[in-house]
Design a protein around this ligand. Structure first.
Ligand code: SF4
Ligand code: SF4
Length: 158
């Protein structure tokens, strides 16, 4: 068990760190209030999940499959490039024949296992049809069950 002076020292050290952060932030916020430019902005506490930080437009969030214009059918032609390039091997694509001779192939099964995905975006870059995007803005992807992190064709087309 720690001795009383050591405990007191740790309490004072914690209080000092808190006070230091408070003062530094207050200085930065005050300078900004007077429109004085500083190298960094003061820290802001965001009350997540009630308040959400704006996501930059190029942020890679939950995937989605694009639809062919005017239809509910996926734009994907099951070329497997996304599955081939994926470093986490978390994409599974199974192809089927499309009755439309101009399209030829469609995915009969398209799965992304988000529990393995590292959100690198390679799949989006590799897609020649612009059929896969990571622009949903959804980052709250936690689930209690690993199975809920498996996104199939239906979920990705939503
Ligand atoms: S973002 Fe990267 S890891 Fe995730 S599915 Fe696409 S290629 Fe795979
Ligand atoms: S790369 Fe694009 S078109 Fe090819 S299988 Fe993946 S999503 Fe479909």
């Amino acid at each position: 068990m720690k001795q009383a002076p050591a405990v007191l020292f740790e309490i004072l050290r914690g209080a000092w760190i808190t006070a230091r952060h408070f003062t530094v932030n207050m200085v930065f916020h005050t300078l900004r209030l007077f429109r004085i430019r500083t190298r960094r902005a003061g820290a802001v506490t965001i009350q997540y999940p009630e308040v959400k930080k704006p996501i930059p437009p190029r942020h890679r969030s939950l995937h989605r499959l694009m639809k062919r214009s005017g239809t509910d059918r996926p734009r994907c032609v099951a070329c497997m490039l996304c599955a081939t390039v994926c470093p986490s091997e978390c994409i599974v694509v199974e192809a089927a024949e499309d009755p439309d001779p101009d399209v030829q192939k469609v995915p009969s099964r398209f799965i992304i296992d988000l529990s393995r995905c590292c959100f690198c975006g390679f799949c989006v870059e590799a897609c020649p049809e612009d059929a896969l995007r990571m622009d949903t803005g959804r980052i709250d992807l936690a689930a209690y069950d690993r199975g809920d992190l498996i996104y199939d064709l239906e979920r990705l087309l939503r």
